[in-house]
Write a protein that binds this ligand. Structure first.
Ligand code: HEM
Length: 453
């Protein structure tokens, strides 16, 4: 039987367009601003009057940039521009020695062993999400709002041992939503030809929202510092990060550095997971046969015991397939620090190097049936090979997402627990259209009908 269902993919633009038109398309959505040939190319060059960008789409080149010589390809400053008022000197934006030091303090909190200790808090957040959705049974629901709520709850419970209903947690969550509405597209500055000497203006409401969020976070970190001093702090991620000393210098994070880090954990940890879970639930509605398999497997999920998650194999493959088709971070940008030569082409110093999980994950010369949803592919030879070489939803190398292991527990757990008791179905005429802003989201939300199983 042939399967003519295709998970939504944005229409590509024509191969040749003027720079003006490109910028205009880009402002609307970075995915549909790209030509279809990027799904077949190993590399592409974008020339603008002020600098050049090179999109690299060949596994060997991606490995060189991310894994073999990461320090030669730092994060481009342009990327941080829209986010700096909120994130300050957070690990997501820094480079070089400062970034290395921050990772030495943060990484121990996310080690495999710690994940087991974090799991009960994740389980409680998943239960709470299930309860919120169960009362909506029989309704058509905008699911991204639900997944954002759930992912934010996971972060607050694991980081600060407080649920999203906590007054400060809830205020941070709502302020973040307002911030996102005022915030221009994350990667815009990396592509568009704005020279460095042009001053950057943040909208006044963006700056004000960033200040409010940072004020709220500071309240949380100050309270925690006092609890640590009094010996009454809960053993969660915040305590772990605030008490870990850099093994090289013996220092802990300062109070303001900790606010920067909490802001990025919240942003990177909830926007991305919410996006992935939203798409996963939509795909389950589009492919009810896979939904049934996840639901069946999830019937055993009862106790909140960490070992259970190891048995959620179908759910994990579904979640991985979702990250392949809808990588929450669709593109990443680095900068060359010396002249390079890629695929026999000179790449000048100061060029932007664009890595595109979106295009690599759907590369027509690497993946079998690249646009098809097939969680079974992860058990095939092609799926395994591409999983190693052409699958980077969390980036790769030393700068890999600190929360990758965390997210690969959180996503399958939420998916399984929700589908254990509930059924999701498509709403005719309301299939989502992917669009990339801060993360890959649906243009008009993801609408699904919820029923009890
Ligand atoms: C499905 C969920 C997630 C996805 C797809 C994802 C993806 C990514 C990607 C692609 C990067 C690299 C960005 C770049 O290099 O430009 C990144 C970095 C990062 N992520 Fe995640 N992430 C997820 C969940 C999380 C969670 C749950 C946390 C924390 C609780 C987290 C914390 C971070 C941090 C701190 C960085 C910066 C690392 C560095 O630059 O050294 N992420 N993430």
């Amino acid at each position: 039987m042939t399967d003519d269902r295709v998970p939504p993919k944005p229409a590509a633009r024509p191969d040749k367009v003027s720079l003006r038109r490109y910028v205009k398309l880009f402002r609307q959505d970075i995915l549909s601003a790209q030509p279809a040939k990027l799904y077949r190319a190993w590399m592409a060059e974008f020339r603008t009057p002020f600098f050049r960008s090179y999109l690299i789409n060949q596994p060997e080149l991606v490995t060189e940039v991310l894994k073999e010589r990461p320090m030669d390809f730092p994060k481009s400053d342009r990327i941080g521009e829209g986010l700096r008022p909120l994130l300050g000197e957070s690990v997501f934006l820094t480079n070089g020695a400062q970034w290395q030091r921050q990772r030495r303090i943060i990484d121990p909190a996310f080690e495999g062993g710690r994940l087991r200790e974090t799991y009960p808090a994740m389980w409680e957040a998943a239960q709470a999400a299930l309860s919120r959705l169960t009362v909506r049974a029989g309704e058509v629901v905008e699911i991204e709002e639900q997944t954002s709520h759930a992912a934010a709850d996971v972060i607050f419970r694991t980081l600060f041992s407080i649920p999203i209903e906590d007054e400060t947690a809830s205020a941070v969550f709502h302020e973040f939503r307002a911030y996102q509405r005022t915030q221009p597209i994350l990667n815009l500055a990396a592509f568009v030809p704005v020279p460095r000497w042009v001053p950057r203006f943040f909208r006044r409401d963006t700056k004000a929202a960033a200040r409010r969020i940072r004020g709220l976070i500071a309240r949380l970190t100050e309270a925690r510092a006092a609890e640590i001093a009094a010996g009454t702090a809960p053993d969660d991620l915040a305590t772990k990060i605030m008490t870990t000393r850099d093994p090289q210098t013996g220092e802990t994070f300062t109070a303001s550095e900790m606010v920067d880090q909490v802001a990025i954990f919240f942003l990177a940890g909830h926007e991305t997971s919410a996006s992935a879970l939203g798409w996963a639930l939509y795909l389950m509605a589009l492919y009810p046969e896979w939904q049934e398999r996840v639901a069946e497997e999830a019937q055993g999920l009862q106790s909140g015991d960490f070992a259970e998650i190891g048995r959620m194999r179908v759910s994990r493959d579904v979640f991985r397939e979702t990250l392949r088709l809808y990588p929450p971070v669709p593109m990443m940008v680095r900068e060359t620090t010396c002249p390079e030569r890629f695929r026999n082409r000179d790449v000048p110093k100061g060029s932007q190097v664009v890595l595109s999980p979106w295009h690599l994950h759907r590369h027509e010369r690497l993946w079998e049936r690249p646009d098809a949803f097939d969680p079974g592919r992860w058990q095939t030879e092609n799926g395994r090979a591409c999983g190693r070489d052409a699958f980077i939803p969390f980036s790769a190398g030393p700068r890999v997402c600190t929360g990758a292991g965390f997210a690969m527990v959180e996503g399958p757990l939420l998916l399984s627990l929700l589908l254990r008791d509930l059924k999701v179905s498509r709403v005719e005429g309301r299939d989502p259209v992917p669009e990339a802003h801060l993360t890959v989201r649906a243009r008009d939300g993801i609408w699904l009908r919820i029923d009890r199983r």
